[in-house]
Ligand binder design. Structure first.
Ligand code: ZN
Length: 189
């Protein structure tokens, strides 16, 4: 009788053990599956980030290549900016900075020997893109045809009331060119 009870108890314990082990392995399996899923999705995300980064890099490089002009006097050297007098692109060796204007060395004497007068400061928003382009075109043509230098400079002012940055174009000319350029600009604006 005692033997039978003992045997029953052992069978019962083995049964319980099997169930506990079963539940345990099932939980382990589920946990493993979940972890796998998480690492897989992280990998996918990383892959997307990598791809996006590469696309951005490519875009930036492409834009740089597009913008990369070369000096008009040194075809092998990249341009560092445009001369405020001639509008042509020049390299670091050819450009100087005078009172916030970039001036090519070959026009430095012209800049330093002239007396410059401010013709006007125009708010770009009021001026509009078309009239701005007209002014820049006039500036270029008067320089190329008559060697009359007109300095154009973008200036930025902070509008505190509207919390925005406003862009202005400041035009400077030589004393002797003042009236002529003034009448040309007045025709445009
Ligand atoms: Zn150069």
């Amino acid at each position: 009788m005692t033997e039978k009870i003992l045997l029953g108890l052992i069978v019962f314990l083995v049964f319980v053990l099997v169930i506990v082990l079963g539940i345990f392995s099932y939980m382990l399996f589920k946990m493993f599956q979940k972890q796998n899923f998480i690492s897989e999705s992280t990998e996918t995300k990383n892959y997307h980030d990598d791809a996006r980064l590469k696309i951005e890099q490519f875009k930036n490089e492409y834009a740089e290549k597009q913008n990369q002009n070369f000096c008009v006097d040194h075809s092998e050297l990249p341009a560092q900016g445009n001369c405020s007098i001639s509008d042509e692109a020049y390299c670091e060796l050819c450009l100087t900075k005078q009172d916030d204007f970039k001036i090519a060395r070959k026009y430095l004497n012209l800049y330093l020997d002239s007396k410059w007068q401010e013709l006007g400061i125009y708010h770009l928003e009021d001026l509009g893109a078309d009239r701005l382009n007209e002014i820049l075109k006039m500036k270029k043509s008067i320089w190329q045809k008559e060697q009359v230098p007109v300095l154009g400079q973008r200036q930025f002012k902070i509008n505190v009331e509207h919390d925005k940055v406003e862009e202005y174009l400041c035009i400077k000319v030589r004393e002797q060119d003042f009236e002529r350029t003034q009448s040309l600009i007045q025709k445009i604006i």
